[in-house]
Design a protein around this ligand. Structure first.
Ligand code: FES
Ligand code: FES
Length: 210
């Protein structure tokens, strides 16, 4: 992998030669686990941090059930579900890639169905049940799809991984078969810039066989 830029004390940027493996070791986790770990860490942070309730002019109340917990917050009507999750509830496991519905990095479940959260206004989800990557598994008890992604090395940088996993889990309830072609079609809304597609496909096929 390319050298990793590291800010020096003087403010300039130095470059340290880090391999992918050593970078992951520095992070203390593997790629999917990194995405997952970030999510879990942010979930813990969310538990510690009360939702922002500042009553700004024009904001409106919103109640969601997020990862099994009721959340009440005030949001500007223009706030997307993605920004409400990331900026207001600090659930940063869900990623913002394109912010235009083109990459799938922001995929979450709304009432069990996958949704690009960047394309959906938060206020449209009053009372809805939202599941993010933080609500899928725990470090001690990973979701089978998370296990499959780890076993098949189905990630590189990990940025797309939470969206890939959320999409893949929802896919199991959709009318798609287990063939490679059908899975590719069903997952075509989730872009991986690292090109880990064959590994992602293998991970999803493993869960289909289980
Ligand atoms: S960030 Fe939502 S689809 Fe890319
Ligand atoms: S693992 Fe890097 S974008 Fe998919």
């Amino acid at each position: 992998m390319p050298n990793k830029p590291v800010p020096s004390p003087e403010g300039s940027t130095a470059y340290l030669p880090l391999s992918r493996r050593s970078l992951l070791q520095v992070l203390g986790v593997g790629g999917t686990a990194a995405a997952l770990g970030a999510g879990l860490a942010s979930a813990a942070h969310a538990a510690d941090t009360p939702p922002a309730t500042a009553d700004e002019p024009g904001e409106q109340p919103l109640t969601l059930k997020v990862n099994g917990q009721a959340q009440t917050l005030q949001v500007d009507p223009r706030t997307t579900l993605l920004d409400a999750l990331r900026e207001r509830l600090h659930l940063t496991g869900t990623k913002k890639g394109c912010d235009h519905g083109q990459c799938g990095a922001c995929t979450v479940h709304v009432n069990g169905r996958r949704v690009n959260s960047c394309l959906s206004l938060a206020l449209m989800h009053e009372g809805d049940e939202i599941t993010t990557i933080e609500g899928l598994g725990t470090p001690d008890r990973l979701h089978p799809m998370q296990v499959a992604f780890v076993e098949h090395d189905a990630y590189q940088c990990g940025y797309c991984t939470s969206g890939q996993i959320m999409s893949a889990v929802a896919l199991a309830k959709e009318p798609y078969g287990a063939s490679a072609m059908e899975i590719k079609e069903a997952m075509s809304g989730n872009i991986c810039r690292c090109g880990a597609y064959s590994h992602i496909l293998a991970a999803i096929q493993q869960t289909r066989k289980a």
